[in-house]
Design a protein around this ligand. Structure first.
Ligand code: ATP
Ligand code: MG
Length: 421
């Protein structure tokens, strides 16, 4: 027996009908992004490893253990499959001098790669749609991001996603808080799990983010970052909350929300749901005012977010309308007995007139062809037999609802099909 191949663990194939839901979501996303003036950027799947190490930070989950990094055997360069999009998007903007004309709103979409333990809602290749607002300092930019995501939930008919928000302050404020937090957890070091003990030295703020239920009380009693915020971050946060309140967007301040990447400062937020089990964060984002400069640009305030598309689809699939998504259904199925150039050309004519046409390739009995036509979901069958060819007409038969089969001209067929569109 020959060994058969399987997709790599944690990396998923998509095929109908699931692929139809993906396409539908992508269409909704495009319209939504257009409505806010965001413009698409596309960057490579592979970047220099240093880009991610420098921007995401060495003491983060991603850089410590999740990156697919490899040495390019041809020139010895260390490369990494992109684990997220923000670093690449900023790299792109800097490399092509896109920030000289003032602020920019960019979006991207596509696969990201992280070497995680595969489970529901957590994959090794997953997909994000992200946006980056580069060059915007004010809390109105943060507010617009959040209104924008709320608008998307409305467009998608999602109701049970809640906004959690926090301010993690400036890097100085965080450094002060870090010392306090470290001292606190050191007093309770015996209670920490392995992950948290490691983070105690490298990135104590991440302990707050731990999903280990046994640490819940310890974390709840920890000193809070809000008491160590710098004045500017504090004012920014208050202004943002006021804007959200006036806009009628409910939020929940989560003092333990820190997000796992080093480049964030001030505002961080997540949209979470209880309807997906353990992996309930569908969207995460925040402000990263230092990143552009850190990657070699002029100081440029910025904010953005990324959504996990698998998780969004997991929510949408709970909706019967999304379950029933069929993708594009043909208007017409063309049956033909002789596999003639005429049948092929007629199918082209129908398509050029704007119809979706499935041509029956391979011949066979009309009975068998009709079975395929029914299964295709097409609204009409067009039958091209010996008699039709001699008379240069076609037989049109409605496949759904009532209606007789009739011999008509091409123009008449088009008129009838369109009239019952
Ligand atoms: P988590 O705490 O769940 O690991 P994260 O902080 O690592 O999330 P981000 O880097 O903020 O996640 O990515 C933004 C979004 O991308 C997440 O909210 C989630 O929806 C999605 N996401 C992240 N990692 C994965 C993954 N391995 N599989 C599927 N979706 C993911
Ligand atoms: Mg993660």
């Amino acid at each position: 027996m020959t060994a058969s191949f399987q997709a790599v663990r944690g990396m998923n194939d998509r095929f109908p009908p699931e692929s139809f839901r993906w396409a539908r979501l992508e269409n909704v996303l495009r319209d939504w992004l257009d409505a806010y003036g965001y413009r698409e950027v596309r960057f490579p799947i592979v970047e220099a490893t240093g880009l991610f190490v420098r921007s995401i930070g060495t003491a983060t989950d991603i850089v410590e253990k999740e990156m697919y990094s490899f040495v390019d055997g041809l020139n010895g360069e260390s490369l990494t499959l992109r684990p997220e999009g923000t670093a690449s998007c900023v790299r792109l903007a800097l490399q092509h001098h896109l920030l000289y004309d003032g602020p920019q709103r960019f979006w991207y979409q596509g696969p990201m790669f992280r070497h995680e333990r595969p489970q529901k809602g957590r994959y090794r290749q997953f997909h994000q749609c992200g946006i980056e607002a580069l060059g915007f300092a004010g809390p109105d930019a943060d507010a617009e991001l959040i209104l924008m995501t709320a608008n998307l939930w409305r467009r998608l008919g999602l109701q049970d996603v809640r906004l959690q928000i926090n301010s993690i302050g400036s890097s100085d404020a965080r450094a002060r808080y870090r010392t306090v937090l470290q001292a606190y957890f050191r007093q309770h070091v015996d209670a920490l799990d392995e992950d948290s003990s490691r983070r105690l030295e490298t990135n104590p703020l991440r302990i707050l983010d731990s999903k280990n239920g046994d640490l819940k009380e310890l974390i709840a009693a920890a000193p809070q970052l809000s008491e160590y915020l710098d004045e500017a971050s504090h004012r920014h946060f208050e202004a943002l909350l006021a804007l959200l309140q006036e806009a009628g967007v409910p939020y929940e301040i989560n003092p333990r929300l820190v997000r796992g990447l080093d480049y964030y400062n001030a505002t961080v937020f997540e949209w979470v749901t209880d309807r997906l089990g353990a992996q309930g964060t569908v969207c995460g984002g925040g402000r990263y005012d230092g990143l552009v400069e850190q990657l070699g640009g002029k100081p440029t305030p910025a904010c953005g977010f990324a959504m996990g598309l698998e998780r969004l689809l997991g929510l949408l699939e709970q909706d019967s309308d999304w379950q029933a998504e069929t993708g594009a259904v043909p208007d017409v199925y063309v049956l033909n007995q002789q596999q003639t150039a005429w049948a092929l050309r007629l199918s082209e004519d129908l398509r050029n007139a704007g119809l979706r046409v499935l041509y029956h390739a391979g011949g066979g009995s009309f009975k068998a062809q009709f079975r395929r036509a029914d299964a295709s979901g097409a609204r009409y069958a067009i039958i091209l037999g010996e008699e039709e060819r001699e008379r240069q007409l076609l037989s049109l038969k409605p496949l759904r609802g009532q209606g007789e089969q009739r011999q008509v001209s091409l123009d008449e067929a088009l008129r009838l099909i369109r009239a019952n569109g």
